[in-house]
Ligand binder design. Sequence first.
Ligand code: HPA
Length: 250
Amino acid sequence: MPMTIDLALIGGTGLYRFPGLEDVSEHVLETPWGKPSDVIVSGRLGSCRVAFLARHGRGHDILPHKVNYRANLHALKQIGAIRVIGVNAVGGIRGDMGPRVVVVPDQIIDYTHGRITSFCDAEGVEVRHIDFSEPYTQALRRDLLDAASRAGVAVVDGGCYGATQGPRLETRAEIARMRRDGCDLVGMTGMPEATLARELDLDYACLALVANWAAGCGDEGEISLDEIFANLEQVTAQVPPIITAMLSPS
Ligand code: HPA
């Protein structure tokens, strides 16, 4: 049952529901690719309709490499989404991307393996080689940046997201290599989400929330999970004002 969805959000670690939605309904969807990570929750934010899906499930029980990315994107498209924001917890590599910083990246390097990365990866489906030179939709990135500025939330414009397999964090050597490759951020869920969104002709951008310094980038030796979750709780609070500004007439 397609409806008008003004914006869809895929919430990552630390974002399992979108606060402030009114007239909420839950949609249990099936797709040709199986079930999405959870129900899709839709609701009204002012005069706009927002759809929300928790990438790891609302109980956070799906590992990054086990997420059914195809079903998630397909289900969002099925209910009528056109514009999708992926919210991703990340580690910071670049000096100005430390804990609690919000980044709207503009490039991706994919280090994941064994994930299904295309809707064409099925019998009888014609192969389509999408252009992915700009992995995120520039107009949607711009809307996010403009909204953040109107909401008074500091956001870094641009940066390269390195997608790793997880669920473990990286070694210092891996992060040093990623830095040499040009990565500014590291996360486990940015791919294949972005490429699948492009295959479905969805507009897609990433709101990256820095939870910790990536391995070897900060002062402390070991990365503590407590610190990751404390930082995420703080930085996630910046998401609703950005999205609300994005959906408010400027
Ligand atoms: N590495 C990969 N993914 C992450 C990290 C990290 O350091 N922090 C949050 N997600």
